[in-house]
Write a protein that binds this ligand. Structure first.
Ligand SMILES: Nc1ncnc2c1ncn2[C@@H]1O[C@H](COP(=O)(O)OP(=O)(O)OP(=O)(O)O)[C@@H](O)[C@H]1O
Ligand SMILES: C[C@@](O)(CCO)CC(=O)[O-]
Length: 377
């Protein structure tokens, strides 16, 4: 077998953090993707190449095939895997396999544990053949645009296809659900208690309206929304920020719940506007954009109130505000990316001048399409 599979990153338009506490969130897939290249070989090794986290490793097949027999198979049932136990067992294997494991960064450790977690879960109990897998990504790792979910979706899709030995190049809805569930388990390794919005968006693409515990609402909207994605280049970890918010919630449940409820209202109002903007809306489009801009600004300030902004994000907002544009953090915050709303009437010079100012401040600006396809071969 020799194939590639890709999955998009995402931006959360509304509902980061509040989604973890059961509120509504809206996420949209990005034009930026991760691609996994998979090749079956006759070698006595499996080769893993993860350039985004500087990993290039070979593991002898006999070493893997000795270990693999001690695992059960959960290929079609990732929801039944004893998660904690499986993570611990995988981690011990990874530690014993890579002598310099303790010197690896958190990013490297998580990526390797995720790979072997899915690998042993899918192939448990069966000997496997040699293969090579490498992951190439357009996304900045750990910046809030769902790099971990798009990586995990590609990983699950590649290993499930290898397990099936299938040459079918279309991924049907049930297969996508399975991929998303495996990716969710990987997200648990990266984040602890993820909401599931990132793996759902990376799998299904387009626009996802998500509420924890409910079936995601997948809307195939022809969104004609222009944004600037601004990379503050401040690295942060989703898990750390999510824990910070959880601590704040535990200490101030009523106040933080009010903030989360306000964000929930914002997400619902924004969804109506997005639906208007993507249909043949007969009302005043300018007013819709103004309302959306207000909602973006409010959403950001509410997130700042729970401690997940960062001076670099505030600096992006100051510049956007100077040019009359709305801006919010996206993803977990604490650095990472901000998104700037570009209304349909914005002239090129404003966008050019803002891009230049942000560049002068040391930020990277990308204009990218919103709402591309989900996982695909
Ligand atoms: N291309 C990749 N190759 C290998 N590992 C990756 C890749 N992309 C992401 N990862 C793994 O995912 C982790 C990043 O997860 P994190 O949630 O902090 O970032 P993110 O997914 O970009 O942010 P968010 O979840 O807020 O959108 C890394 O530590 C790494 O282990
Ligand atoms: C911060 C958060 O809401 C979004 C991360 O992209 C965490 C999650 O939903 O799991």
């Amino acid at each position: 077998m020799n194939f590639s599979v890709s999955a998009p990153g995402k931006v959360i338009l509304h509902g980061e953090h509040s989604v973890v506490f059961g509120k509504t969130a809206i996420a949209v897939s990005l034009g930026l993707r991760t691609t996994a290249y998979f090749k079956e070989t006759n070698n006595t090794f499996i080769n893993i190449h993860l350039p985004s986290v500087q990993i290039k490793e070979s593991v002898p097949l006999h070493h893997i095939n000795t270990e693999i027999l001690s695992y059960k198979t959960y290929t079609e049932h990732p929801e039944s895997i004893p998660h904690e136990e499986h993570v611990i067992k995988t981690e011990i294997f990874v530690k014993n396999t890579f002598p310099n494991f303790d010197n690896f960064s958190g990013k490297q450790k998580n990526a390797l544990i995720a790979i072997f977690y899915v690998f042993f879960g899918v192939f448990g109990g069966k000997e496997i053949r040699g293969f090579e897998i490498s992951f190439v990504s357009d996304l900045t790792v750990g910046a809030g645009t769902g790099s971990s979910a798009s990586f995990a979706v590609c990983l699950a899709a590649a290993l499930l296809r290898f397990a099936k030995g299938s040459n079918e190049s279309i991924i049907n809805f049930e297969e996508k659900q399975l991929i998303s569930q495996w990716a969710y388990n990987c997200e648990r390794i990266m984040h602890g208690t993820p909401s599931g919005i990132d793996n759902t968006t990376a799998t299904f693409g387009s626009l996802v309206v998500f509420r924890r515990g409910q079936k995601p609402n997948l809307l195939d909207l022809k969104l004609n929304l222009r944004i600037l994605l601004v990379d503050t280049q401040v690295s942060r970890q989703t898990q750390v920020l999510a824990q910070r918010v959880r601590g704040l919630m535990e200490r101030n449940p009523e106040a933080v719940d009010c903030v989360m409820t306000a964000i929930d209202h914002i997400a619902k109002s924004a969804l109506k506007i997005l639906q208007n903007l993507s249909s043949n809306y007969e009302g005043d489009v300018d007013t819709q954009y103004q309302n959306l801009a207000e909602l973006w600004n409010m959403n950001h300030c509410l997130l700042a109130s729970i401690g997940v902004s960062h001076p670099a994000l505030e600096s992006v907002r100051t510049s956007a505000d100077k040019f009359g544009l709305a801006c919010k953090l996206t993803g977990a915050g604490g650095g990472g990316y901000a998104i700037v709303l570009v209304p349909h009437t914005s002239n090129q010079k404003v966008i050019h001048d803002l891009t230049q100012e942000l560049g002068d401040k040391g930020f990277k600006v990308i204009a990218t399409a919103l709402g591309g396809p989900g996982v695909q071969y």
